[in-house]
Design a protein. Structure first.
Length: 365
């Protein structure tokens, strides 16, 4: 005997497979056949139960009903929207709800809105598996101790076109407002390769073959602004909220051989990777030792006593994320190696002190 979640999932599969409106009785008969073919021992519930299941699916916007043209006392049913599986345990539904919340915190509101039916179903499963009525918005949350900025505003249609182009292996013409270009727009002929959802924003990893500036081009001797083209025939990362248009491309462009969004080459622009993995030694306070014992910095990290402190040794990349972590915990951590990373953190701390000294002078005046 199948449970309710599987039964409703079968009903959706039946209606998607039919592709046209069918009567309640016919849906029930097909369900009986499907269940029997899958060795569940047959359907032992009444057609009225199938009708109730269909009405629940209609409330979730998974199916629609209308009066039968042959007999207005009967209903016909048709599947609409995407075909998500509806087989979730209450525990899986709670995990899925946390995933949705986490995604929304980091700029994926439009994506979770598209999956509203699945989210509503998770809520239904949680309530069905609960012996009391609960507001799960007050029971499940997702977060970070770091301040999460509000996402940059982007055009949802641009994201859809980028996703379609990646799936269909299509080049694009993209209008963009690069940083540090005094508001001058640039038109890129590019190949969209991957998407990265990070720090409240969405980034496009792309290979640019041609660029056309709609105004004064920045000085070629100056470094490129972050999150803009690195020049023709190079990988780059573009911020979705700086894209002004997305249209069919005018050049035939192949993917770079062996492209992988997780590679150092792609990540260099997406998250600022400064070095390959290298030996890193950090001196920790007891407080940070406890934290990194429970949440290691890397899988190969080793911790050992170091005077009245602790020495952490591991192999890791020098990245923007690592530098932000070190600066955020500067009172509890000292970089010993590599020397270039130590010097960078030292320079940032001196600059911060200078800023606060200036602030003291202003507040006194």
């Amino acid at each position: 005997m199948i449970n309710r979640a599987h039964r409703r999932d079968y009903l959706r599969q039946i209606l998607h497979a039919e592709g046209k409106p069918i009567k309640t009785a016919d849906v029930h008969a097909i369900l009986a056949s499907w269940v029997s073919d899958n060795s569940y021992g047959g359907v032992n519930h009444h057609e009225k139960t199938t009708l109730r299941d269909l009405k629940v699916l209609e409330e979730l916007d998974y199916v629609v009903s209308q009066e039968s043209e042959e007999d207005r006392r009967e209903l016909t049913w048709k599947a609409v929207g995407r075909s998500h599986s509806l087989v979730l345990s209450p525990e899986d539904a709670m995990s899925l709800t946390a995933i949705f919340q986490h995604a929304e915190r980091f700029g994926l509101q439009s994506a979770t809105a598209q999956l509203k039916g699945l989210r509503d179903y998770a809520e239904l499963v949680m309530q069905d598996g609960c012996i009391r009525k609960l507001d799960y918005n007050k029971r499940i949350t997702s977060g970070t101790r770091f301040t999460v900025l509000l996402p940059g505003k982007h055009n949802p249609e641009h994201l859809k076109r980028l996703q379609t182009a990646i799936r269909q292996d299509s080049p694009l013409e993209v209008g963009y407002l690069p940083r540090d270009a005094d508001g001058v727009e640039c038109i890129y002929q590019l190949k969209p390769l991957g998407l990265s959802h990070q720090d409240s924003n969405i980034y496009l990893s792309a290979y640019v073959v041609e660029e056309k500036w709609l105004g004064k081009e920045p000085d070629a001797e100056l470094p490129r602004g972050k999150y803009s083209s690195n020049g023709p025939n190079k990988l780059c990362a573009l911020m979705l909220h700086r894209i002004t248009k997305v249209e069919p491309g005018k050049r035939d462009i192949n993917d770079p051989e062996g492209y992988d969004v997780h590679s150092d080459e792609a990540q260099r622009d997406l998250v600022s990777v400064y070095t390959p993995p290298q030996l890193t030694r950090l001196c920790l306070s007891p407080n940070l030792h406890t934290r990194l014992t429970e949440n290691p910095l890397e899988k190969d990290q080793k911790l050992e006593p170091f005077g009245n402190k602790w020495l952490l040794t591991c192999t890791t990349r020098d990245t923007q994320g690592l530098r932000l972590f070190l600066l955020a915990n500067a009172a509890d951590i000292e970089v010993l190696e590599p020397i270039t990373l130590r010097e960078h953190i030292h320079e940032m701390l001196i600059a911060a002190l200078e800023t606060y000294k200036k602030g003291e002078a202003v507040s006194r005046s």
